[in-house]
Design a protein around this ligand. Structure first.
Ligand code: SF4
Ligand code: SF4
Length: 137
């Protein structure tokens, strides 16, 4: 695969920027809500990339991160460290960015309605950019 520094595709660069924008917005919420979670959703099954994720990594000039899947896919995700996910958001399976558990969905709009609206808008933009990039590869 190409190294990320070799990527000059404007769509890929735009997408990387969209990930950089959305990531801290998500983390503002998860940083307060996830540490008290009793059933962490990051199981190994969720850390496995789908075909579209692999295409997307290639388009972005990124290599597939992490080790091989664990034998038991209900164990903690191979990418999970003591302080949360250890890989850049743009290299995670896309589900890791669009999935929000019921606790998050309930608390985000209640605790910070403006921040939540900004996050939804940023996620919509990211989704549209990703779709466009995938359609061209
Ligand atoms: S996203 Fe929800 S289920 Fe996953 S760790 Fe955070 S609070 Fe728990
Ligand atoms: S966010 Fe990171 S640790 Fe959690 S399932 Fe996705 S890749 Fe694994």
């Amino acid at each position: 695969m190409r190294s990320s520094s070799a990527v000059k595709d404007p769509a890929a660069l735009e997408l990387k920027a969209a990930f950089e924008a959305v990531s801290p917005m998500i983390e503002d919420f998860t940083a307060t809500i996830c540490p008290t979670c009793e059933r962490v959703c990051c199981i190994d099954r969720h850390g496995t990339h789908e075909k579209a994720d692999l295409l997307f990594l290639e388009a972005m000039g990124e290599t597939l991160p992490g080790d091989a899947p664990k034998a038991d896919d209900t164990e903690p995700c191979r990418h999970l460290g003591p302080k949360g996910c250890t890989i850049a958001r743009r290299t995670r399976p896309y589900r890791c960015t669009w999935y929000f558990c019921s606790a998050l969905l309930e608390r985000m709009p209640a605790e910070d309605p403006r921040g939540y609206r900004k996050l939804v808008a940023a996620l919509e933009r990211l989704g549209a950019l990703r779709q466009r990039l995938l359609e061209h590869h």
